[in-house]
Ligand binder design. Structure first.
Ligand SMILES: *[C@@H]1O[C@H](CO)[C@@H](O)[C@H](O)[C@H]1NC(C)=O
Ligand SMILES: *[C@@H]1O[C@H](CO)[C@@H](O)[C@H](O)[C@H]1NC(C)=O
Ligand SMILES: *[C@@H]1O[C@H](CO)[C@@H](O)[C@H](O)[C@H]1NC(C)=O
Ligand SMILES: *[C@@H]1O[C@H](CO)[C@@H](O)[C@H](O)[C@H]1NC(C)=O
Ligand SMILES: *[C@@H]1O[C@H](CO)[C@@H](O)[C@H](O)[C@H]1NC(C)=O
Ligand SMILES: *[C@@H]1O[C@H](CO)[C@@H](O)[C@H](O)[C@H]1NC(C)=O
Length: 506
């Protein structure tokens, strides 16, 4: 068993770094120094939205005086295109996920692109305990101090925040009749879908992109995630797959040989700090995993600055005949595609576990309700064979947070088992988009559930690719996906307006 897989928690976006108290374990690191802020032109002059704060209740679900504490919840708003309350023009709300909302807002260009067509108001709400929406006086240290305080970090509280804020905002704008559609990608997409199911009186529909709502319990196999990554690389070239698959033993052998770590450090241009075989393997696996997730058809800058089709580029480096049989050189050049596409990284710092997008709270969520087994690797996997156990996971959580996960809570609260049968007659107006190159697509809704719970599945797509800003280089399939999504949402809105007229005359 490769120890570096043992304690990894897949955040939907990140295989997140561990709290420093556990740094003695071989963790995968979050290499912030080489992941630059997203689309700097946008974030620096901040022209896309105005920032606001809302006084939010800490605990929506009990009347203990303690629970009346409040915190400042950040939301971003853009009313440039909005038709206003008189015309009952729609409100598009992004249900924020596990990180800084500005980062998600700047990577959800689709909403900006379509706002003029819909005359829509855009609102991006930050998830509690992330970014600037921190309870306990906005002090991150205080809020994350212990499990008693972290206990208010949950998906149900977050959804209640969104409902509360949306209703208050509509009320303030006297826009109670403006229909709301919720949008989200990844965990944000899960929240959008669940929001539609739990708050149908607040949102008329949801665009849920790359949302693995079926990655809980054993609804989806724990091997599916790594199988998809394996498939992504295999489909580029069989040799590429074989080189990567064969490299793990070679790294471990080298690491345990005399002078081996120094050789690895040199081969991979690693900075002069602590390195182990495990941390190198984790660093490489992170690159392969994120390349799969963000295997977009155009250059991008979401997790890192990347060329179009990064998996193809990695395999090109690995298949490069001038590197002969030098596995480490091949892997180095492949990793360079992910970590050093801009070419200005001096050395790779495997010990950097800083967190520029503020995703750290996911560790807590993954230790309480977000139990999504994805680490399994079978014989065919591009990664070493591994089976994830619940015991290992819960031991980590006990040690780290003094909590026991509740692996069946999400399916109890939101469902997931037999989803087609359950939602066919109950739910409506949800679009589930999934790109099959995305390792998370295995836990997504890939089949139509009813006339209005629609699965849009794209073979060439990656992680919420549909939500990205449109570019002139977008392939036909991507334009087509967005066109279909727009058409479906237009139908929801017309139906809503029609029903409103009918209810007046009723
Ligand atoms: C709002 O979004 C539109 C695109 O939908 C963009 O052109 C504009 O710059 C944004 N404006 C503000 C003030 O946020
Ligand atoms: C609505 O207006 C009140 C009073 O001005 C304000 O305190 C509150 O933050 C506003 N709600 C939102 C969502 O901005
Ligand atoms: C999932 O787990 C339950 C409970 O452990 C078990 O009864 C069921 O057979 C499992 N289903 C699959 C598909 O493995
Ligand atoms: C690479 O090939 C050369 C000669 O073909 C051989 O001597 C060397 O041992 C090989 N190296 C590895 C790592 O397989
Ligand atoms: C990053 O790329 C540049 C240009 O290809 C190269 O000179 C540099 O050595 C690379 N950095 C690392 C750490 O390998
Ligand atoms: C779901 O139905 C729509 C038509 O309503 C169709 O375009 C789409 O391809 C279907 N999705 C799947 C995954 O079959």
């Amino acid at each position: 068993m490769a120890p570096w897989i043992f304690l990894m928690f897949h955040s939907l976006l990140f295989l997140q770094s561990a709290p420093s108290s556990f740094a003695k374990f071989p963790y995968r690191y979050f290499p912030s120094s080489i992941i630059r802020p997203e689309t700097p032109s946008l974030s620096s002059n901040n022209k896309l939205y105005k920032t606001k704060y809302f006084t939010q209740i800490l605990d929506h679900f009990n009347y203990n005086p303690q629970s009346y504490q409040t915190f400042q919840q950040r939301y971003l708003i853009n009313d440039t295109s909005w038709g206003g309350p008189k015309s009952k023009a729609p409100i598009f709300v992004y249900t924020g996920n596990e990180g800084n909302i500005e980062w998600f807002a700047e990577n959800t260009g689709f909403m900006y692109d379509i706002a003029p067509k819909f005359k829509a108001l855009l609102v991006f709400i930050e998830h509690r305990y992330y970014g600037k929406s921190i309870p306990y006086g906005g002090d991150r240290k205080k809020a994350y101090k212990n499990s008693k305080r972290l206990g208010y970090l949950s998906s149900t509280q977050a959804l209640a925040d969104y409902a509360t804020l949306i209703l208050d905002l509509k009320n303030n704008m006297t826009a109670m009749d403006s229909p709301v559609i919720v949008f989200g990608g990844s965990y944000g997409g899960m929240l959008a879908a669940w929001f539609r199911l739990k708050y149908p009186h607040v949102a008329i529909g949801a665009l849920s992109s790359s949302a693995p709502i079926l990655q809980f319990e054993n609804i989806t196999s724990q091997y599916s995630f790594n199988n998809i990554i394996t498939q992504d690389f295999k489909s580029e070239s069989e040799n590429c797959y074989k080189v990567i698959k064969g490299s793990w033993n070679q790294i471990e052998d080298t690491a345990s040989s005399h002078g081996g770590l120094e050789l690895l450090r040199k081969s991979f241009h690693i900075c002069k700090n602590y390195i182990s075989g495990g941390s190198l393997e984790g660093w490489l696996e992170t690159a392969f995993t994120y390349a799969s997730m963000t295997d977009y058809p155009t250059p991008s800058d979401f997790l890192a600055p990347l060329p179009a089709f990064p998996v193809k580029e990695m395999c090109k480096a690995i298949d490069n005949p001038t590197l002969g049989n030098d596995t480490f050189a091949k892997l180095y050049h492949a990793a360079n595609v992910y970590y050093n596409y801009t070419g200005d990284v001096k050395c790779f710092d495997l010990n950097d576990n800083s967190d520029p997008h503020d995703l750290g709270g996911w560790q807590w969520q993954a230790c309480t309700e977000m139990i999504m087994p994805t680490s399994g690797s079978n014989e065919d996997s591009i990664f070493p064979v591994y089976t994830e156990t619940y015991t290992g996971h819960s031991r980590y959580c006990e040690k780290n947070y003094k909590v026991q996960p509740r692996p069946t809570w999400i399916t109890t609260e939101f469902g997931g088992h037999d989803i087609r049968r359950v939602l066919k007659h109950f739910g409506s107006n949800i679009i589930f988009f999934n790109g099959l190159r995305d390792p998370w697509s295995g836990g997504g809704v890939l089949k139509n559930i009813s006339k209005s719970i629609i699965a849009i599945v794209e073979k060439e797509g990656a992680h919420h690719v549909d939500l990205r800003f449109a570019t002139n280089e977008d392939p036909m399939w991507l334009r087509d996906v967005r066109k279909r999504e727009i058409g479906i949402m237009q139908a929801w809105i017309s139906e809503y307006h029609q029903n409103l007229v009918d209810s007046y005359t009723f």
